[in-house]
Design a protein around this ligand. Structure first.
Ligand code: CA
Length: 226
């Protein structure tokens, strides 16, 4: 999952970037409204954290422009402590959730997880595909009840596929959602990570759909086990 953080407080921006990175997100950052507007219009984020008080272009205007141009990315706004009117204006402008500063990182992470899963039509923080279970809260994966040890990159890839279980996901979509903008993107690395996940979970679980991409399938749906 890839997120954008638009925040002009440099300390908070660094803290948020680190916390989101540790939580397994690829993170892009913008320190003013103009850069944030541009990134939000051009990159396919899974969620955006948007401060409202921003230089150059305020957060509310940024949000309105994203929505006017049809961007449906889930947006969580950061508001001032007593800014109830900001919350109302933000939600009316198309925000999906808000947090009042100062906030606990854990709460931000929980709200983001909820926004991302709801945008995929999922209600539970536990994602299941056959006997593979991914706990988005703990960042853990089990196979038939046994813990599977995954690297951060493997987890990130599996989490994306689990959110899209049963659907074909192209390699370019995976690259766009798994790596930050400044990351040296090479779609061949996706193939490498898919290979590692297959070794750990069973080769049949990630189907290659020729010319289109990959599909995570429950074991019973695969031709080899029918
Ligand atoms: Ca601010």
């Amino acid at each position: 999952m890839r997120v954008l953080v638009v925040e002009d407080d440099p300390t908070l921006l660094v803290q948020l970037g680190a916390a989101l990175g540790n939580a397994g997100y690829a993170v892009d950052e913008a320190a003013d409204g103009r850069d944030g507007l541009h990134l939000g219009l051009t990159e396919p984020y899974d969620a955006i954290v948007l401060d409202l008080g921003l230089p150059v272009l305020d957060g509310l205007t940024v949000l309105q422009r994203w929505r006017q141009q049809g961007r449906t990315t889930p947006v969580l706004i950061l508001t001032a402590r007593d800014g109830w009117h900001e919350k109302v204006a933000g939600i009316d402008a198309g925000a999906d959730d808000y947090l009042t500063k100062p906030f606990h990182t854990e709460e931000l992470l929980a709200r983001l997880r909820a926004l991302v899963r709801r945008s995929h039509g999922l209600a539970s923080p536990l994602l299941r595909c056959g006997d593979v279970t991914l706990d988005t809260r703990a960042g853990t994966v089990t196979l038939a009840g046994a813990t599977v040890s995954l690297t951060a990159h493997e987890y990130r890839l599996l989490a994306y596929l689990m959110h899209r279980a049963g659907q074909v996901v192209s390699r370019s979509e995976l690259v766009e959602h798994l790596y930050a903008q400044d990351f040296d993107r090479d779609s061949n690395t996706i193939e490498v990570f898919v290979g590692r996940l297959r070794r750990k979970l069973g080769a049949e679980r990630i189907e290659t759909v020729r010319g289109l991409g990959y599909r995570l399938v429950p074991p019973e749906a695969h031709p080899a086990t029918r």
